[in-house]
Design a protein around this ligand. Structure first.
Ligand code: BYC
Length: 478
């Protein structure tokens, strides 16, 4: 079962060949996916060979194979983690019942909605990142970008499989719509806010993979707890791939911090921009922006949707089975910060309706860990500066804090103060123009742009100066 059938047009470990109708439906979707990839996937480089990893099994000890591949030839497929024999629903009103192998009728609408929301983010991120290849800081980073892109494409496949296999005609229509919406498009935008923002440069990209992919981790972990077993198994395998995406973000930002500090020390300056490095206050502003838009992805603090997902057994908490409580939460409460007129108050509210906030709390603690590691780099260089996570209420568009203006240090401020300080708190057009001015491609093996340090080691044991992307296209259509 752990092995993947690569003899098929659609590699899979779900015995697709046994279900001719489903196979045919997915084989019809496949060319439309490829059309979307050609139209909205990475600009250029489609004919170049890239040193990519491909899933060849779902065995945690050895699931990936690395080799040169042209991106359109990547074997997008359907891989579910191994089933857990006798798995029971772990929470909510159906707790203790056997996990569902088919969609229960009463939850069909909500489950479809959850799967569509998750699926929509995957192609959205590829669309957001499609121009970055032209300005890569190194071949190593270029390869990592493309790895993330092809795997987001695979995560779309993961959700489309569920829609096709379990939601009949509605599911097929949703799978089509997934290829029609476009990130940032006024008339047919992607569903969630952060996925309609631009990712114009590599700094924004590393921030996105740190903060927004990390929302992905927490949402996938909650969906991996689902009583709908195919969703749980799909998400469990997606999480294996997702780890690399967050690695790209954390180490990318870490390498930028490293370079900035080196330049500051070498030139004994607080203004590393003069020497082509990104100053620490600008990095803080980018952190503020990407962190705040990613906080919005958890939904409102008080949400009956979240309560219904949980009570239905559809979406659990982070590490649900490790929580030492009754997994029903009918009587429990949870402390939630809310904006109330002119102050921020912490209220004990029913645990069920505050599940979005609880997941956001888990996420915030995780974000802080990366922040601590970047601060350790600054400290090691003896520089007096500390990155901080902005207050959860800062720059929010969803939930209680969307109603007011909160500063990064958690003060309620007037709109006038907000407007006056905005440029100290969030990237300005000048900041973006400066960062944009650094985005000159560097493509010689082992060379890196001047604003980012090399990584300590290469991919899959290869040296740092390995030719991660072969720049001579092997097809004239590049
Ligand atoms: N933007 O009760 P509420 C990833 C809507 S990332 C726009 O507060 P709920 C990835 C909401 O839909 C992970 N709209 O929220 C990362 C609702 O609309 P209706 C993606 C928003 O439903 C990087 C209304 O506001 N996965 O994988 O409890 C690269 C009130 O909703 C937003 C998931 O999100 C927003 N930010 O929770 C690639 C998991 N927030 O009903 C991939 C599935 C809320 O009024 N999704 N709304 O029309 C969910 O679990 C939930 O839909 C949410 C929202 C947590 C997102």
């Amino acid at each position: 079962m752990a092995g993947v059938d690569y003899g098929e047009r659609i590699p899979n470990n779900v015995d697709l060949a046994q279900n001719r109708r489903l196979l045919r439906a997915l084989e019809e979707w496949q060319p439309r996916f490829l059309d979307w990839w050609r139209e909205m996937g990475p600009v250029g480089f489609q004919a170049n060979e890239v040193y990519l990893r491909t899933a060849v099994s779902v065995d945690p000890k050895g699931w990936a194979h690395f080799d040169y591949l042209r991106m359109p030839e990547y074997r997008w497929g359907i891989f579910l983690a191994e089933p857990e024999p006798g798995r029971a629903i772990a929470f909510g009103a159906n707790k203790g019942n056997p996990a569902w192998q088919d969609v229960p009728g009463e939850y069909r609408g909500v489950l479809r909605r959850l799967i569509v929301t998750q699926g929509d983010t995957e192609p959205a991120s590829v669309e957001q990142q499609r121009h970055l290849g032209r300005t890569c800081p190194s071949l190593y980073d270029l390869r990592n970008l493309f790895q993330v892109n092809v795997e987001e494409g695979r995560h779309l496949w993961a959700m489309v499989y569920l829609l096709h296999a379990h939601f009949g005609r509605d599911g097929r229509e949703e799978a089509e719509a997934m290829l029609k919406r476009r990130s940032g498009d006024r008339d047919r935008p992607r569903i969630l806010g952060a996925f309609n923002e631009r990712t114009p440069d590599w700094l924004a990209y590393f921030m996105f993979t740190y903060f927004t992919d990390r929302d992905g981790k927490y949402q996938l972990c909650s969906l991996a707890e689902s009583g709908f077993d195919p969703l749980s198994r799909t998400c469990r395998f997606m999480l294996t791939e997702e780890a690399h995406h967050m690695f790209v973000g954390e180490t990318g930002i870490g390498r930028i911090v490293e370079k900035t500090c080196e330049v500051m020390r070498k030139h004994r300056t607080d203004d590393p921009r003069k020497f082509g490095a990104i100053d620490l206050p600008t990095l803080q502003k980018y952190l503020n922006f990407h962190y705040s838009v990613s906080l919005d992805l958890f939904g409102s603090e008080i949400s009956t949707n979240a309560a219904n997902y949980y009570t239905g057994g559809l979406k659990g908490r982070f590490e649900e089975t490790k929580q030492p409580d009754d997994h029903a939460l009918m009587e429990a409460t949870y402390p939630v910060s809310l904006l109330e007129d002119d102050r921020i108050a912490t209220r004990e509210v029913p645990a069920l309706t505050s599940l979005n906030e609880r997941l956001r709390d888990d996420y915030i603690a995780d974000c802080q860990r990366g922040m601590d590691r970047w601060n350790a780099i600054v400290k090691r260089h003896g520089i007096d500066f500390e990155f901080r996570l902005s207050h959860r209420g800062f720059h929010r568009k969803i939930g209680s804090f969307a109603e007011g203006c909160v500063s990064p240090d958690g003060r309620i401020v007037t709109e006038a103060e907000w407007d006056a300080k905005r440029d100290e708190w969030l990237p300005t057009q000048q900041d973006a123009a400066f960062v944009g001015s650094l985005m000159e491609p560097v493509t010689a093996p082992g060379q890196f742009a001047g604003w980012i340090a090399p990584p300590p080691r290469g991919i899959n044991g290869q040296p740092i100066d390995f030719e991660y992307v072969r720049l001579q296209p092997t097809d004239a259509s590049a």
